[in-house]
Design a protein. Structure first.
Length: 398
């Protein structure tokens, strides 16, 4: 590498200063698989406890100032719950992040929400999205992240094209209600819970719907929502090129939408994604990318896993930031494949942990947030406070 050591340290601290990541309220609540749920004594049962846990993660890492909220789980009374959430924001020093409408739990959504063949149910779903937009406005949060479970399980049982039309219309209406600073993020997922067709199955469909909705709509890439072997960084490069990249739901996967800890299975994948983003920024593209975590930890301790995730995200983001882009561009142009790949791989293998630790210490944060969490007794304390309530069976992330 051409960079001097001091240039690298300078680049590193600038990159880390620029990086923040949003954590999800549902990552602190009890969850499970469809086969069983293993309650954790320390899991958050209330919105207040979710804010408290988010504040703890932010105290330890310093880079998670916002908490993503799911409307049905976190604001069950809609707009009426906004004052309480605002109080919690003040109390815990954490802001509300993206607002996630919840269009998949209610019984009426059995055959879909915004794509349901029943006009009445489509209207109910639409009303929920519009409420979510109003909640976003009232909380001063920017992004409304839309994920639909809509789809069908058996060929021939639904009109795929009619459902596209309903969706286009619903997203246009949603867009019409956005405040000028708000964005509509359209998430895609190839399958599950629907197993024949999913109404927004991939980035092409999300791109089309975002464009149709209007200029404040963007695509949301959940790293777990791709088929095995799909080249996610290429999708990211396309979305950067077309100006449609709105943000990420980060997690890792081995098989499907596993919601595993970021980088636990394939850290190189996340590095390659960050590389595309840093490269686009270096090329002068305007970027406005929301980094968010979408994970729910079933076996690991929830707060510990969230801290570990944030640390992994910082490390991979930094590794990719330190690629010598000028040199890489030269090697790409001369098609010096092995040297280009070695430069790229070298950046991935660089141990950046001492740099992140130094950055944390310079910012008054614990150098090793996981160790600090183990030592500060927070998890034991909340386990004791919440334990008895958590022995009851749970049915969702709420
Ligand atoms: C979905 C999707 C959404 C998340 C829900 C709970 O698979 O990833 O973003 O809100 O799960
Ligand atoms: Mn997601
Ligand atoms: Mn998912």
């Amino acid at each position: 590498m051409k960079y001097s050591e001091s240039a690298i340290l300078d680049l590193a601290s600038k990159a880390l200063d620029a990086f923040q990541i949003e954590i999800p309220s549902w990552g602190f609540a009890n969850t499970g698989t469809r086969f069983g749920k293993f309650s954790q004594a320390a899991a958050a049962c209330t919105i207040e406890e979710k804010f408290a846990d988010a504040a703890e993660v932010n105290r330890l890492t310093g880079v998670t100032p916002t908490l993503a909220l799911h409307v049905l789980w976190d604001l069950p009374n809609g707009l009426k719950d906004v004052p309480e959430v605002k109080d919690l924001e003040r109390q815990f020093g954490i802001r509300s992040g993206s607002i996630n409408p919840n269009l998949f739990q209610d019984a009426q959504y059995k055959y879909g929400s915004l794509c349901n063949p029943s006009a009445e149910i489509r209207e109910q779903a639409m009303a929920h999205v519009l409420d979510s937009i109003e909640i976003g406005k009232a909380l001063g949060s920017r992004d409304v992240s839309l994920w639909l479970a809509d789809g069908s399980n058996y060929p021939g049982t639904q009109s795929i094209r009619k459902r596209i039309e309903w969706l286009e219309e619903a997203l246009r209406t949603s867009h019409d209600h956005l405040a000028p600073n708000q964005r509509l993020l359209v998430e895609y997922k190839p399958f599950e819970p629907a197993f024949y067709h999913t109404d927004i199955a991939d980035w092409g469909m999300s791109s089309h719907l975002s464009r149709t909705a209007g200029p404040q709509a963007r695509v949301l890439v959940d790293t777990g929502h791709h088929y095995n072997a799909q080249n996610i960084e290429q999708i990211v490069a396309w979305l950067l090129h077309t100006g449609l990249l709105g943000g990420f739901h980060f997690n890792d996967r081995r098989y499907a939408d596993d919601d595993l800890t970021l980088g636990s299975i394939d850290p190189y994948q996340i590095f390659r994604i960050f590389h595309e983003i840093h490269a686009a920024a270096a090329d002068g593209l305007t970027l406005d990318v929301a980094y968010m975590v979408d994970q729910s930890h079933n076996l690991k301790g929830k707060i510990e896993a969230m801290v570990q995730t944030v640390m992994a995200a910082q490390e991979l983001y930094l590794k990719a930031a330190l690629i010598d882009r000028e040199q890489l561009a030269e090697l790409q142009t001369s098609c010096d494949l092995v040297a280009a790949e070695e430069l790229f791989r070298g950046a991935f293998w660089r141990d950046v942990r001492p740099m992140v630790q130094a950055w944390r210490e310079a910012h008054g944060l614990p150098g090793d947030p996981l160790k600090a969490l183990r030592e500060n007794g927070y998890v034991e304390r909340i386990a004791e406070e919440r334990g008895s309530r958590n022995s009851a069976a749970v049915s969702s992330y709420a």
